[in-house]
Write a protein that binds this ligand. Structure first.
Ligand code: UFG
Length: 330
């Protein structure tokens, strides 16, 4: 029996594929390569190029391959873009989930582990954020993912498809050997942008806002490494296969770092000056997002290996410094 990784050519999905292969799983990847990279897919996984909104594509895949569980990363994830193009997000993210669940139901596949997000919480009432806290998204991206969580709940009830929703906080870092990493076009995320400045590909970092209600005035985020996320997904598959009920878990480090602290840490790791300037706030950024992740630790037995942002940044730097053009560098 194989594990299907939908979105396995993407940033987090490709780390999942590598982790599964290294742990001896039989791995199948589905990806439409709209934002992912063929070169990111571990060569031991069987790759099917196609879109999860395409029912015929899924039927063919589920007929050829015996799939025990689906791990679902195939989604758009840019908050700012979702504010301008909400339907793009509801179509690909929420619509893709509907077609995927229909096909899973028809082919008798009972387990799904799904990438949810801290963005489903909106503006948190208190910190750290617990899984039981209200989910009131403030952007279409978070809304599209919250709808996916709710759809899975009803499919569990009606069809017995068991799910784990993993609500990621801010993902950063790369596989420690530097073979795969983050490569978005355009890049909007803090850590890769800081490292592009360090690598001389950008002139300076713009820090979006220093008048937030945080200790140094810049946004505070909780950073988690993609290999630690991959481990959590494998634990979630095992949790479902052991007959446990559907549930949601936060995945974060439980420690917040401000944008200024991240810049300082990157200067220390790279030894580069990394010029930066203050810039206006970016719409839709909550002051701080920090996870309570004790539930994943106690119920799934998750033990993240990367508990220091310096190590996270160092792993990302290994990727960026050896692949200045991302996957175009082969
Ligand atoms: N930032 C800058 N300058 C930049 C880029 C980002 O100051 O050039 C700041 C942002 O304003 C924010 C912080 O860096 O304060 C982190 O921004 P990212 O774009 O790296 O990440 P987000 O927090 O916006 O979003 C990420 C994922 C989402 C997810 C969210 C959950 O992209 O999918 O984390 O916390 F929902």
């Amino acid at each position: 029996m194989a594990i299907l990784v939908a979105g396995g050519a993407g940033y987090i999905g490709s780390h999942m594929v590598a982790d599964l292969v290294e742990k001896g799983y039989d791995v199948v990847v589905a990806d439409n390569l709209s934002t992912g990279h063929r070169a990111a897919i571990n060569s031991q996984a069987r790759f099917y190029e196609g879109d999860i909104r395409n029912r015929e594509f899924l039927d063919e895949l589920f007929t050829k391959e015996k799939i025990d569980a689906v791990v679902h990363f195939a989604a758009f994830s840019l908050v700012a873009e979702s504010m301008k193009k909400p339907l793009k997000y509801f179509d690909n993210n929420t619509g893709g989930m509907i077609t995927l669940l229909e096909a899973m139901h028809d082919h008798g596949i009972k387990y799904i582990v799904f990438s949810s997000t801290a963005a489903t919480y909106g503006i948190p009432e208190h910190m750290p954020i617990k899984e039981s806290d209200p989910q009131v998204p403030i952007n279409p991206y978070g809304e599209s993912k919250l709808a996916m969580e709710k759809i899975m709940k009803w499919c569990d009830q009606a069809y017995g498809i068991k799910f784990v929703a993993l609500r990621y906080f801010n993902v950063a870092g790369a596989k420690p050997d530097g073979s795969i990493g983050e490569d978005h076009h355009p890049e909007t995320h803090l850590v890769p942008i800081i490292l592009q400045v360090a690598a001389g590909k950008r002139d300076e970092l713009s820090i979006f806002g220093d008048d937030y209600n945080t200790p140094d005035g810049t946004n505070v985020r909780d950073y988690v490494h993609p290999m630690d996320l991959a481990d959590a997904h494998i634990l979630a598959i095992k949790y479902l296969q052991a007959g446990n009920p559907s549930d949601a878990f936060n995945l974060g480090s439980s420690t917040g770092f401000s944008n200024k602290q991240m810049l300082e840490a990157a200067r220390e790791v790279t030894g580069k000056p990394i010029p930066a300037k203050m810039a206006p706030r970016r719409p839709g950024d909550p002051d701080a997002l920090v996870a309570a992740s004790d539930k994943a630790r106690s119920v799934l037995g998750w033990k993240p290996q990367y508990d220091d942002v310096h190590d996270i940044i160092a792993s990302a730097w290994k990727w960026h410094s050896t692949h200045p053009q991302g996957y175009n560098d082969k």
